[in-house]
Design a protein around this ligand. Structure first.
Ligand SMILES: [Ca+2]
Length: 195
């Protein structure tokens, strides 16, 4: 299912705008937190996000001020609202075109740490290669990737700023976990491989 999102930004520049798409099923059935399905950059004021699994979703639009790849407390954000519900719409239902306005006027003096260790992995899902960007890793930090059973399928030491292009070979599709660990960081990101 593809969803087209229109984002109008007021009070600031259109930079580092991202969308978090959450599976709202856990919330519906148990009240548990929705689970993050994907984070995608919004590079234009109209963006079509493809291959969203069917089902009820939350969509959070945010500005990633510190370019960490994730939303953090203090970064401007908004949930897309639909006429039917404040937060939730059913992908595959009526609302495949959504528009919202993100007000970033309040963040002019915002200061998130610029030297934090950061890891981005994209795209996810991916079908041939995933790029892992690392910034400000500590000396001797370890980057590893494991499958859902915990088996390590990639391992390397990392320091400073590096980009790793990982191409799975002879591995089955599914969920993998990218982990950066060491003095400088302890970050885990979930990626989905669809060969
Ligand atoms: Ca951030």
């Amino acid at each position: 299912m593809d969803v087209t999102i229109g984002v109008n930004v007021v009070g600031g520049s259109f930079e580092n705008i991202m969308a978090n798409i959450y599976d709202a099923i856990p919330y519906f059935f148990s009240g548990a937190e929705p689970t993050l399905e994907m984070t995608v950059p919004i590079n234009d004021t109209i963006e079509t996000i493809t291959d969203i699994p069917a089902g009820p979703k939350y969509i959070q639009i945010f500005q990633d001020i510190d370019e960490s790849g994730i939303w953090e407390e203090g970064e401007p954000n908004i949930y897309i609202e639909t006429p039917e519900s404040n937060l939730v719409f059913a992908v595959g239902g009526f609302y495949d075109t959504l528009r919202t306005t993100l007000d970033i006027s309040a963040i002019a003096n915002k200061s998130l740490p610029k030297n934090a260790t950061i890891m981005k992995a994209f795209p996810s899902p991916f079908n041939s290669a995933v790029r892992i960007d690392i910034r400000n890793a500590g000396s001797g930090d370890v980057l590893d990737i494991c499958d859902i059973s915990g088996k390590t399928v990639y391992y390397n030491t990392i320091s400073g700023n590096e980009s790793v292009l990982w191409k799975p070979e002879n591995l089955s599709g599914g969920i993998y976990f990218v982990r950066l660990s060491g003095d400088g960081a302890d970050i885990v990101k979930r990626i989905v491989y669809i060969p």
